[in-house]
Write a protein that binds this ligand. Structure first.
Ligand SMILES: Cc1cc2nc3c(=O)[nH]c(=O)nc-3n(C[C@H](O)[C@H](O)[C@H](O)COP(=O)(O)O)c2cc1C
Length: 173
């Protein structure tokens, strides 16, 4: 069975916790966790299947030049990568209550970059069970990846992950 890389950032919060949970659910022996900070294209060369995880934390997002976050740096590199032949999925941390008009927007920023660079995007989910007003990540009646809201609905996270992993097991083929 082919290995799966789970690329996440930042460290130390919900995004990292979820990365571990997804790996555990998919099977730890199948997954390699990679912190996005400092990653290069060559680090991804051995993987056909990639999962990307990020929180949405800005107006647009990863643009603070004075304080570049993990994703600021990695997204610049991701824009230049050739992802032909890769099958990719995205999960995003967000807050439906405080940021109801920008809920998990950064799922879209990542997903669009992946598609532009030749990857096949899988892991889209319906909005059933979420309450939000607007999201860049909601297109044609589906989220472009898995939204998770640890701020308001932590109790729903385990089931959302389990369901998504079942979907990925079918779509990663
Ligand atoms: C400064 C700031 C800005 C945020 N902006 C958004 C936003 O635009 N959309 C959204 O869905 N969540 C937003 N959030 C919520 C975070 O995405 C959420 O708390 C997430 O779980 C943080 O993940 P982490 O613990 O890995 O950093 C914001 C949080 C902070 C602190």
């Amino acid at each position: 069975m082919e290995k799966i890389a789970i690329l996440y950032g930042p460290k130390g919060g919900s995004t990292e916790r979820v990365a571990h949970k997804i790996a555990e659910t998919l099977g730890a022996d199948r997954c390699t966790l990679l912190w996005v900070k400092g990653l290069e294209e060559s680090d991804l060369s051995g993987y056909k299947y990639l999962i990307f995880g990020a929180p949405t934390v800005g107006t647009h997002n990863w643009s603070d030049q004075n304080d570049p976050g993990d994703w600021d740096l990695f997204l610049t590199r991701l824009h230049k990568m050739n992802l032909q032949g890769k099958v990719c999925a995205v999960y995003g941390l967000g807050d439906q209550v405080s940021y109801s008009f920008k809920f998990v927007d950064d799922i879209a920023v990542i997903a669009d970059t992946l598609i532009e660079n030749g990857a096949t995007l899988v892991g889209k989910v319906s909005a059933e069970g979420y309450t939000f007003d607007e999201s860049m990540a909601f297109r044609d009646d589906l989220f472009l990846g898995l939204p998770l809201d640890e701020d308001n609905e932590p109790g729903k996270t385990p089931e959302r992950i389990t369901r998504w992993v079942e979907q990925l097991k079918k779509e990663f083929s």
